[in-house]
Design a protein around this ligand. Structure first.
Ligand code: SAM
Length: 280
């Protein structure tokens, strides 16, 4: 083969679908469906049926939610038409007409949607941190609360820890993909907590998909979020912290178990991810 042909052959990065890679790298809808179901049953004593996934992106969680039970329905809200179109094709229509019929996608700002009333509203992967001013975030929480049935719950996640307020890069191999997921904390301003982050992918042919996704948001703290939820009218908030255990090798490293328990006190770690649950 001539050098020219080799040079014009498309790389893995040229051929990659960034939404497929994102879903594999970042999302865990099986775990989240189980978590939403368990906590709702524990706190409300009944099976949750209706979900609104705010900032839904490709509606991956909504599709897994309706697949988990034939009675379940979901509404996915996102402002980006192209991302919703990808999700409709790959996550909803690909799963069959029954799944597609039970998920409604709305191309709207999450702050504009308060109907239909649902059992659960969720905003995952820190998307609500895009709202950087107290007034903006309180208003979003008020709208999320207005979307809930009387016994409804709002679920959020949040990350933090001693290594979050700094520039850093973390690499994770994506199994069966021949690719590496790279999470980059590009900048952090300690004065206003504005943070810029980026997701890149590197492939086994050496090619890269840089800035596949970029984020500019505020790194909120848990007490700030709880205070704003209370100001928005939520009656109670609960924090679910991940149980950690020794890594099992000879190091002193601790590793997450994926098991979350409710607590009001925890030892800080280099990095953590919590779930915040707010009762209407
Ligand atoms: C970090 S992604 C989250 C995707 C998915 N929820 C997840 O868990 O990975 C953020 C999404 O929020 C959407 N978005 C940003 N601002 C929004 C707004 N005000 N209203 C609705 N969607 C918004 C973007 O289009 C993007 O798809």
């Amino acid at each position: 083969m001539s050098r020219n042909n080799a040079a014009s052959r498309p790389t893995r990065a040229d051929q990659a679908d960034r939404h497929v890679l994102y879903q594999k790298a970042v999302q865990a809808p099986d775990f989240e469906v189980e978590f939403l179901d368990r906590i709702f049953r524990e706190l409300r004593g009944r099976k949750p049926l209706s979900l609104k996934e705010d900032f839904c992106g490709t509606a991956y969680l909504s599709s897994e939610w309706v697949k988990s039970d034939p009675e379940r329905t979901a509404v996915g809200v996102d402002i980006d038409a192209d991302t919703l179109a990808w999700g409709r094709q790959h996550n909803l229509e690909a799963a069959g007409s029954d799944v597609a019929a039970r998920v409604t996608l709305l191309e709207k700002d999450v702050r504009e949607v308060t109907e239909p009333k649902v059992d659960i509203v969720c905003a995952f992967n820190f998307s609500y941190c895009l709202l950087e001013k107290r007034d903006e975030l309180r208003h979003y929480f008020e709208q999320a609360r207005a979307s809930l049935k009387d016994d409804g719950l709002l679920f959020l996640d949040l990350f933090g820890g001693t290594e979050c307020e700094t520039e850093a890069e973390e690499e994770t191999e994506l199994e069966d993909e021949g690719a590496t997921y790279i999470w980059e904390q590009v900048s952090f301003n300690p004065i206003d907590h504005h943070m810029e982050c980026a997701i890149h992918f590197e492939f086994d042919d050496g090619s890269r998909l840089d800035n596949a996704f970029t984020y500019a948001w505020r790194l909120w703290s848990i007490p700030e979020i709880r205070e704003l939820l209370e100001e928005a009218g939520f009656s109670k908030t609960r924090i679910y912290w991940e149980r950690f255990e020794e890594a099992g090798d000879d190091s002193d490293e601790m590793e997450g178990t994926g098991e979350y328990y409710e607590t009001e006190e925890a030892e800080n770690q280099e990095s953590w991810l919590v779930y915040i649950v707010a009762e209407k």
